[in-house]
Design a protein around this ligand. Structure first.
Ligand code: SF4
Length: 881
């Protein structure tokens, strides 16, 4: 067979979109075409720009291809023996709690299951925690407090059935684009359906909103306490539901009254206009079919659990749960954050949604028939790395995640890993900011090369399927873990294929489960590899009565608390732990961009994903910027350290607030790791860090020379105090800057490619230095330096790397950076078709375009994945009002 089409699931966000991968082996090397799976219930054929470009990330460039011990390549047996022996010896000498696993929402459920089984059931410690701790553990704790279980009540279908969707702390348009597109489609079909966005920033998501409430950071619990009072005051409570299905309502309402005060008081403390807040409350009062969808803006806070319970309280009070078009809906960041929650990847959960109560401990140990069992929760992520730093934990195995970038107090975390007696990292990439400080690295297979299941935000379990071979010595994570377990002398890890692990995990969810536990995956007796391969997406619980799964939970008003009633929680709103000071007057918010994912290990391989935003930046309100100009370099700093990023002056952030994307690592820029500025303050219940409320200050970095370097290959740019690497189609682009004027001759010598012919331009009086090198008649490198960030467009020069030969006129234009008459398309807005801002603005005015559809017809922008539609809407609004 030369081509085949395989159904799998997107490797990025928790929307969990289904994909169809067409694999073509005819050219001798693999080529894949990626399309949305029209039958998948998460996306029905849609894909965002990240998903649709996933096929551009499957090459082996930069991959970890062999195990390494202390920087030396070793064979697989040596690596396995070393890891197993070191873990065994450290446990023998110091006890099981002296080791830890730090795992990831990128893992497949089977990987997660085996890691949890090894740590909790065989090593006998619960020191396994997942990076999902950083994105949604507050939502987990909120659900458990209210429902007695970590149960997402809703299905994506509820978004289509709702009459009011409230998006709280969620830039859905960028972080969960297909959820956004589903909402946008409903809005188009039913314009009377209302959308409210509650977010301190005016994000791309606001373009869909009937109302944006730019709430003061951290005030969500107060706003929702006020809503509970408003609902009670107008008699909009579902008293029958409260009486029959809940407990604790009176105390919750009393606390809400005590803390919220009247509407004016709530509006004033939330930094909102009174009328806007009143409008929001009225819409909620009037709309039975309300879904509240929330994400990191709620969760990444020292009061994240309380915020989520304040939201849930309002749904319980109105009985808006378990019914079509209703519910408090937490959406997850990672592709399998939910799978990790299920198997026990969080240190405070035992396994298969069971806790550390005596009955569950006994049941899980009997199911595993294991020699020991963890009897108490282990250390959550922040505490785990603190214990590693202190020497209490001696060995750690980090799987498929990059804590040196993503953890708060990230420099402390790097130090902790460096200090560990043993730091093992399994990853698919050779150089991440975490692999470079590990003692042992193990090459992992990755998306496209592995089989397994993932669970998305609405509990739908889907298959990831292998469609290509990985590097020769790379292995699936479940295999590395099982092999180490066996060499540590443990039975129970005799797996040959992930379908066996999935079957065992599913059996655990059903083991002694009479319906008192929410999580159940009931499989037919004869479930085998063929059935695993044929798996179609379905939401758990999957029971004998509902083999097709259960999209909506709590339809009967029964919850998983001992009383069967949902619990109201009395909420005392708390301000963020970090408070601005005279020295650090700005609140630093961190978040995601449209076209990048996590620490860019995958999206950083797709050139077109850099065309939207190529460099790390900080958003600063014009009132705070003083005479700082757009594009200047600034240092953002506090007493934990500093980063150097581009200034973006914009009123999308509130005065007093800064926003920095979380994606950039030292593999892509000189000093961009924003999480080193974030203190390790955590929610007291969930342990989730307050990643959105660091405080900081900023000032000009003091660049005296700005520039860029385009090169056919990667080059050493350490001569520049600032650099950022941006992938182009046939070249690598570096944006560079220095605080001192560079010795141009020394630079030319350092950067000259072998056999290159140099063309140069020097204008010392104007501070302009330019050079281009040709090798065999083709452009090899080009360097521009000048005194300000205003430099010629990189677009025309970048396109010249595709030229097989440069004509004389083109050569003469190289140092101008542009051929005469060539147009600058501006920053790319539509990544799919490479349509830039200048082109769009020109077309709007010249062709009198008045809608996104008309822009699409004229330029194709927005007609493929649709990720840029919010920005097109904003551009239209700006240009024609
Ligand atoms: Fe992937 Fe985009 Fe779907 Fe998320 S929304 S799962 S990134 S295609």
């Amino acid at each position: 067979m030369t081509t085949e089409t395989i159904k799998t699931t997107c490797p990025y966000c928790g929307v969990g979109c289904g994909m169809e991968i067409t694999v073509d082996h005819r050219l001798g090397e693999i080529a894949v075409a990626v399309q949305g799976d029209k039958q998948h219930p998460a996306n029905y054929g849609r894909l965002c720009v990240k998903g649709s470009s996933a096929g551009e990330t499957i090459d082996f460039y930069g991959r970890l291809t062999t195990p390494m011990i202390n920087g030396q390549a070793v064979d697989i047996d040596t690596a396995l023996d070393h890891v197993a022996e070191r873990f065994r010896a450290i446990i023998e000498e110091h006890g099981p709690d002296c080791v830890a696993f730090y795992v990831s929402g990128q893992l497949l459920t089977e990987d997660y299951y085996v890691a949890n089984k090894l740590m909790k059931g065989y090593i006998g410690s619960a020191n396994i925690d997942t990076n999902s701790r950083l994105c949604m553990s507050s939502a987990v704790a909120g659900y458990k407090r209210a429902f007695g279980s970590d149960t997402v009540p809703c299905s994506y279908e509820d978004l289509e059935l709702a009459d009011l969707i409230v998006l709280v702390g969620s830039n859905t348009a960028w972080a969960h684009p297909i959820v956004y597109q589903r909402i946008a489609a409903v809005k188009k079909a039913r314009p009377e359906m209302k959308v409210v966005v509650i977010d301190p920033r005016r994000t791309a998501t606001c373009d869909l909103a009937d109302l944006h409430l730019p709430i003061a950071p951290g005030m969500d619990a107060l706003l929702y306490n006020g809503l509970l009072v408003a609902l009670a005051d107008v008699g909009k409570l579902d008293q029958a539901f409260i009486d029959n299905h809940t407990e604790g309502f009176d105390a919750a309402l009393a606390k809400a009254r005590e803390t919220a005060g009247d509407l004016d008081s709530v509006a004033q403390r939330c930094g909102l206009e009174r009328n806007a807040l009143a409008q929001f409350y009225q819409w909620v009062i009037d709309t039975d079919r309300t879904v509240t969808l929330y994400s990191q803006g709620i969760n990444q806070s020292t009061s994240g659990v309380d915020k989520s319970n304040a939201i849930i309280n309002t749904h319980l009070a109105t009985g808006r749960i378990g019914k079509p078009g209703t519910g408090p809906f937490s959406i997850t960041g990672q592709p399998n954050a939910m799978g990790g929650r299920e198997v026990g990847g969080l240190a405070n959960m035992l396994a298969a949604h069971m806790d550390f109560d005596e009955a569950s401990i006994d049941r899980v140990q009997r199911f595993w028939n294991s020699p020991t069992i963890a009897r108490a929760p282990g250390k959550k992520a922040v505490d785990m790395f603190r214990a590693l730093h202190d020497g209490e934990i001696k060995a750690i195995w980090i799987m498929n995640t990059n804590p040196v970038d993503s953890m708060p107090d990230a420099d402390f975390v790097r130090e902790a890993i460096e200090k560990a007696e043993l730091a093992v990292v399994s990853d698919c990439m050779a150089s991440t900011d975490t692999t470079v400080v590990a003692d042992v690295v193990l090459p992992a297979l990755t998306w496209g090369e592995i089989d397994g299941v993932v669970t998305n935000s609405d509990r739908t379990i889907s298959r990831q399927r292998k469609f290509m071979e990985g590097p020769e010595l790379a292995r699936p994570d479940w295999w590395w873990i099982s092999q180490v377990a066996r060499r540590m002398g443990f039975d129970g890890f005799d797996y040959d294929h992930p379908w066996q692990i999935f079957r065992e995990y599913a059996a655990q969810t059903c083991f002694e489960n009479d319906g008192s536990r929410d999580l159940m995956i009931h499989l037919p007796e004869d479930f085998d590899q063929d059935a695993y391969d044929a798996w179609i997406p379905k939401p758990w619980p999957i029971t004998p009565e509902r083999p097709e799964g259960t999209p909506r939970m709590f339809t009967n008003g029964r919850f998983f608390t001992p009383s069967g009633r949902a619990r109201f929680i009395a909420i005392e709103p708390r301000a963020p732990q970090n408070q601005p000071t005279e020295q650090y007057p700005f609140r630093l918010n961190t978040g995601r961009l449209r076209d990048q994912w996590h620490t860019m290990t995958r999206t950083g391989k797709a050139a077109r994903l850099f065309s939207h935003r190529g460099e790390p930046f900080v958003s600063i309100h014009p009132n705070d910027a003083g005479d700082l100009k757009n594009g200047e370099l600034v240092r953002v700093f506090n007493d934990r350290g500093e980063i150097v990023v581009r200034a973006e002056i914009t009123d999308t952030v509130r005065p007093g607030q800064l926003f920095v994307p979380m994606h950039w690592t030292e593999q892509f820029a000189s000093n961009p790791r924003v999480d080193k500025l974030v203190p390790p303050y955590t929610d007291p219940i969930s342990g989730q860090p307050e990643l959105k409320h660091a405080v900081s200050n900023f000032e000009r970095w003091g660049a005296r020379q700005y520039g860029f370097l385009l090169s056919r290959e990667e080059v050493d740019v350490s001569a520049f105090g600032y650099w950022a690497k941006i992938l182009g189609k046939h070249f690598v682009r570096y944006e560079v800057a220095n605080r001192e004027e560079t010795d141009f001759d020394a630079l030319l010598e350092q950067l000259a490619p072998e056999g290159g012919t140099l063309i140069e331009l020097r204008d010392p009086a104007a501070g302009i230095w330019r050079a281009a090198w040709l090798v065999d008649g083709r452009l090899s490198r080009v360097l521009f330096l000048g005194p300000s960030p205003d430099l010629p467009t990189r677009q025309w020069l970048g396109e010249r790397f595709a030229d097989l030969e440069l004509e004389g006129a083109t050569r003469r234009s190289l140092l101008a950076g542009q051929a005469s008459g060539a147009k600058d398309v501006g920053p790319i807005i539509c990544t799919c078709f490479g349509v830039g801002l200048n082109t769009i603005v020109e077309a709007i005015h010249e062709q009198k375009l008045t809608s996104v559809e008309e822009i699409g017809k004229a330029l194709r922008a927005g007609t493929n994945c649709g990720s840029c539609i919010p920005e097109l809407t904003e551009i239209l609004a700006r240009e024609i009002g």
